[in-house]
Design a protein around this ligand. Sequence first.
Ligand code: ADP
Length: 480
Amino acid sequence: MKIVHVASELYPYMKTGGLADAVAALVGALADHAHEVSVFLPGYRAVIEHGDAAGAERKLRLKIEMGDQFLSGDVRVFSPRKNLLVYLICREEFYDRRAPYGNGERDYEDNSDRFVFFCKGVVETLRLADVQADVVHCHDWQAALLPLLLREAERRHRVTLALKTVFTIHNIAYQGLFPATTFARTNLPDELYHIDGLEYYSQVNYMKGGILFADRVTTVSPRYAREIQTPEFGCGLDGVAQTRAEDIVGLLNGVDTSIWNPTVDALLPARYSRADLAGKAACRAELMKRCGFSVDFKGPVFGMICRFAEQKGVDLVLANRDFFLSQECRFVVLGTGDKRMEAEMRALAAEAPGKVSLAAKLDESMSHLIEAGCDFFVMPSLFEPCGLNQMYSQVYGTVPIVSRVGGLVDTVTDADEFPASGTGLMCEPNVASLRDALERALVLYGHPARYAAVQQRGMSRDFSWEVAAAGYETLYREAL
Ligand code: ADP
């Protein structure tokens, strides 16, 4: 099949979260299966400067209609591997920035224009380069206008640009909500600014467009596919999601085993496997050193890696600060985002510098070291479309402590509830239940044989993308 992916992140060129990992792993697996795969990405500074893009060929000049203006841009293309092309939609004014969505404090003011231009650039490239896609697969709100813009361009130019469109919701909490005046920049027919179109309480909602107008809609876990159709998790789009109930499927993300795999991980000081955990001890020692902890410490080490956002349950962890201060344990946190949460986490680390460590930055190699060097991984999300770190944890022999929401339910089994099959510890997303799970972790760690059994079961789980990619291939075939 000729498959075109459209996303605002792609590992290793631009990443703020799981979207980048998921899209990269999926396109890699599809390319491995000999499909002809392309990925469209905004031409961010980091991508242009990446070695892979050094020889990028300038493919097209673009003139994109945005309301009553025409804005220029260009399209560059490179091939990082067999069967895979990366197209960059470039316009310095929009994408020559360090971060993809905002400056850390708040989102860029021109995000609507940036991603409308991006989507239109994709449509123009498909048309002018005569790509003839079987499937155009769009990810999250930044690409959610594609299904509508494609059909509109096909009507206008009397061509077929894509046989089918697929829209994947990686996180329904981020919808691309903009003032009504931005609708004019889409140049879509006025009747689409309507309750059955892009209009959402007198604003424009791009994600709504993706959900309503793609041929198929997917979420990144089966549980989340059901959750987004409920008021509790639908973030106001539950009613819209319900209208597509028949066409929504949940396909669980996987782990890219060429990157997240302790037997080959080049970012670790030592490698290890289920059969020989000696390397894990070496990783632990290195982690303790980096955090300024005593290497001789024998008790449990807890880790946490996440965007500091309400979603990730950072406040539930902070509300349990006395656990980390009073118990014989260590706690390593890697994360940035919300400034208030960062300050409170920094204060916790300052209170017990020999026990709690915060690295408030994005650090890919540190994230691998934490997954490898810890005994428990803390992930008490309030909601979680899929979540990757709880899967990485299991693969790295680090027992995850997760809340019973979304993809966490689909990927972790509680070891107290199911002693013969458990791979982690589960709680409800509240302070007391997390506290209970943390206490249960201490008990588990105090029983080395039981801990080892839970760890071994986690390490033998198969989260590889083979399963997920096969699910998408079936979905594409059925749609076609
Ligand atoms: P989300 O996409 O909601 O942020 P996921 O669990 O799906 O959550 O994916 C998060 C990804 O981002 C993981 O690969 C995780 O290791 C990575 N990550 C998050 N924060 C950091 C950080 N500060 N440094 C390095 N990697 C991080």
